[in-house]
Design a protein around this ligand. Structure first.
Ligand code: NAP
Length: 527
């Protein structure tokens, strides 16, 4: 049931005076539930509870955390159609997408459960003492990852389940042993509340400390700002715009005790079309990219917003076919009138640049909040000059950059801001001939794709979802997959600590049978 209240630990609360509603972009009307924005007292209470909960939660065994994470997954599934219907009414997305995203959310929670149950993720490392070493004896040193403390997670507008309330950031932080306070995304507050109720039930059923999870409503930037500045908050996870992510990053850096902000932000995901590979399959690549650019109405962080090629007849034909493909795809509804408004504004701003020429625009009538997909083109030299064309237009919009030659193509790639992904359309011979292009692209992105599309993010350990700034604030970490847990831990060493007082992970007997680096050798053996 949706109450419109905040979850402050296990308690529901609505003390604030500011209220708001979510919006159904398909029917273009407000949804019925009224949400109460968290007051300053409620924010403080949630953070204080999280800090208290951390004292117990930080040392809870991996097995118990796994039980908690699996219970969250089960409780989310138990929400049934109520969750799916709310999701659809707050996003305009179809039920199939809601089911798919729920499946992904549940999979992420269960994957983290498996990870912490097995236990080796803590990267235990042991160097035993050498008392007889000269000139000084070597002490016994044992290291493992430990959680950093309460984490604030900002729900993403474009993934109400998989990157929001109990999404990747929350699952990773809880798996690490960090309590989570979610700053619910205002566009899908009902979906957020339902998922929050599932997390709270799971926590109570599995005896987790009260405060290990809270969910706070807000419809403006104040709640998030207050949370990031709260001295007891020790880390932040964010998915959204560069402007929002950067503002929070700066705020966190200005605190008396600065804290890490792991923000995954804008990306235009360049696709490099090398001449031979393009010429061999113009129709195929045009069709594939028409679908990728418009997938999910372009509202994916991996949307291909930039196609880079070298001027040729083949590139001209590709542009024509891609334009034709794009305008024959039915427009889709955007997540919210604000996202739709931002798309229209940013698209118009880009098209107002004199260097850019429009090559395709869906011209037929569209329903309110439905986005007209568009394609534009620009010369390489103009693109290099006009930095505004390097900015993300969130939605089904892409620019083709026509470079004079390989040298200009390499320059364009090297001048791009950091990106989540880079894609190469390339044949085997070109892999050798265009080495410098490939190296330039690798230097700007977190994931490189061979003859494919950037849309579609597999959740698995080898996925990197992050990249050089501004794709993310710290390119050393991923936001997707089990290794995202590393954002919420720090390395910690015990020196000459008595064996029976060490955590299980570091004891001589290796009771958890985890993989450890013992005196330079990886082993599951005891010492
Ligand atoms: P957003 O504007 O960055 O907001 C994300 C969250 O951060 C919201 O909960 C927002 O709070 C909060 N926030 C934003 N600025 C803040 C600030 N200065 N201080 C404190 N909190 C702040 O993103 P969005 O609302 O999800 O979508 C808007 C635009 O972001 C889209 O049109 C798109 O351009 C971009 N976006 C990009 C991606 C991507 O993956 N590339 C994904 C999603 C969105 P309130 O809403 O309560 O103000």
């Amino acid at each position: 049931m949706i109450t419109g209240k905040n979850h402050i630990g296990n308690r529901l609360s609505a003390l604030g005076s500011k209220t708001y509603k979510t919006f159904n972009p398909q029917s273009n009307i407000e949804n019925g539930h009224v949400f109460s924005e968290a007051s300053k007292d409620e924010i403080d209470e949630a953070v204080n509870l999280a800090a208290e909960a951390f004292k117990a939660f930080r040392t809870i065994s991996g097995v118990k955390k796994a039980v908690f994470l699996r219970a969250i997954a089960d409780e989310i599934l138990n929400l049934g159609d109520a969750l799916l219907d709310t999701y659809c009414s707050e996003t305009g997305l179809p039920k199939g997408r809601a089911e798919g995203e729920r499946g992904r959310t549940v999979f992420q929670l269960r994957t983290f459960a498996d990870l912490v149950e097995k236990g080796s993720w803590v990267e235990a490392s042991i160097d035993t003492a050498i008392p007889e070493r000269t000139p000084v004896p070597k002490p016994d040193l044992r290291k493992m990852s430990i959680p950093i403390g309460p984490i604030v997670v900002f729900g993403a507008s474009n993934f109400p389940l998989a990157y929001s309330t109990a999404g990747g950031d929350t699952a990773a932080a809880l798996a690490a042993g960090c309590p989570v306070i979610v700053k619910s995304h205002p566009m899908h507050a009902g979906t957020g509340e339902l998922v929050a109720s599932a997390v709270v039930r799971a926590g109570q059923d599995t005896d987790m400390p009260n405060g290990v999870f809270s969910n706070l409503n807000s419809s403006g930037i104040e709640v998030g700002q207050h949370l990031v500045q709260h001295p007891k908050v020790k880390g932040v996870g964010f998915t959204g715009s560069i402007r929002g992510g950067r503002a929070l990053y700066d705020l966190a850096a200005k605190r008396q005790e600065p804290i890490p902000v792991f923000a995954e932000m804008g990306s235009i995901n360049p696709v490099v079309l090398l001449p031979e590979a393009l010429k061999k399959n113009i129709d195929g690549w045009a069709e594939t990219y028409a679908k990728s650019i418009t997938l999910g109405t372009g509202q994916f962080c991996t949307n291909p917003g930039l196609l880079l090629g070298i001027k040729s007849d083949a590139l001209d034909e590709f542009i024509k076919k891609l334009a034709d493909g794009i305008v024959h795809i039915e427009p889709g509804c955007m997540l919210h009138p604000n996202i739709f408004g931002a798309y229209e504004k940013n698209k118009s701003r880009a098209l107002a640049q004199s260097e850019l020429s429009l090559v395709a625009d869906f011209e037929n009538h569209v329903t309110t909040n439905y986005a007209r997909q568009a394609l534009a083109k620009v010369d390489g030299a103009d693109f290099l000059e006009n930095l505004s064309l390097h900015q993300e237009v969130f939605g089904p919009f892409s620019i083709v950059v026509q470079c004079e030659d390989v040298k200009e193509l390499e320059l364009v790639i090297s001048k791009l801001e950091g990106q989540l992904t880079g894609t190469l359309i390339v044949d085997n011979k070109e892999m050798i001939e265009y080495q410098s292009i490939i190296e330039a692209l690798k230097n700007r992105v977190g994931r490189i794709i061979f003859n494919g599309v950037p849309t579609g993010v597999e959740v698995c350990p080898s996925m990197t979802h992050g990249g050089p700034y501004p794709a993310s604030t710290d390119s050393r970490f991923t936001a997707v997959g089990i290794h995202s847990i590393k954002r919420w831990v720090r390395p910690f060493s015990f020196q000459d600590w008595p064996n029976d007082l060490l955590p299980e992970e570091l004891k001589n007997e290796n009771p958890l049978k985890i993989k450890r680096l013992v005196n330079g050798e990886w082993t599951n053996n005891k010492i």
